[in-house]
Design a binder for this molecule. Structure first.
Ligand code: HEC
Length: 118
């Protein structure tokens, strides 16, 4: 059982190093997201959708669905319209690196919600 765990963790580590986002650039680029989605020091106006600590690949995938209009949410479609692919990757890397939401709370969205929203 422990070995299986170690293998799963190792493969997660490999897939996150393969991710090209730059969390330092991402912190600056996420300043427009932080008002709604929070940061290291603020839960944001929508604390149930704090993005800190979420999986970067999944965040990028879902953000891109708002960019392309595949997912409809006026606030989000407007907020991500002007981003480049690199911006999205950097922002996602920044949020993943924060490790955990500023304000953990019941009902907060997790990575599984993103998978469900395909
Ligand atoms: C004006 C407020 C606002 C801003 C600014 C904003 N968002 Fe959002 N975002 C929302 C809301 C509200 C939702 C939930 C939408 C829904 O479920 O219909 C959301 C959802 C998301 C989700 C899906 C989260 C999940 O768990 O399903 C991602 C990813 C996301 N936003 C990324 C971003 C990024 C990246 C930025 C900055 C470039 C950003 N958002 C800026 C309001 C905002």
């Amino acid at each position: 059982m422990k070995l299986v765990h170690a293998l799963v963790l190792a493969s997660l580590a490999i897939s996150s190093t393969a991710f090209a986002g730059d969390p330092v650039a991402g912190e600056r680029k996420a300043s427009s997201c932080a008002a709604c989605h929070g940061s290291a020091s603020f839960p944001g106006m929508f604390p149930l959708v704090q993005l800190a600590g979420r999986d970067a690949d999944k965040l990028a995938t879902k953000t891109n669905k708002y960019r392309s209009g595949k997912l409809f949410s006026p606030l989000m479609n407007m907020s991500v319209m002007g981003l480049s692919d690199q911006d999205v990757e950097d922002i996602a890397a920044y949020y993943q690196k924060l490790g955990k939401p500023f304000l953990p709370m019941a009902g907060i969205r997790g990575d599984e919600d993103i998978t469900a929203a395909k």
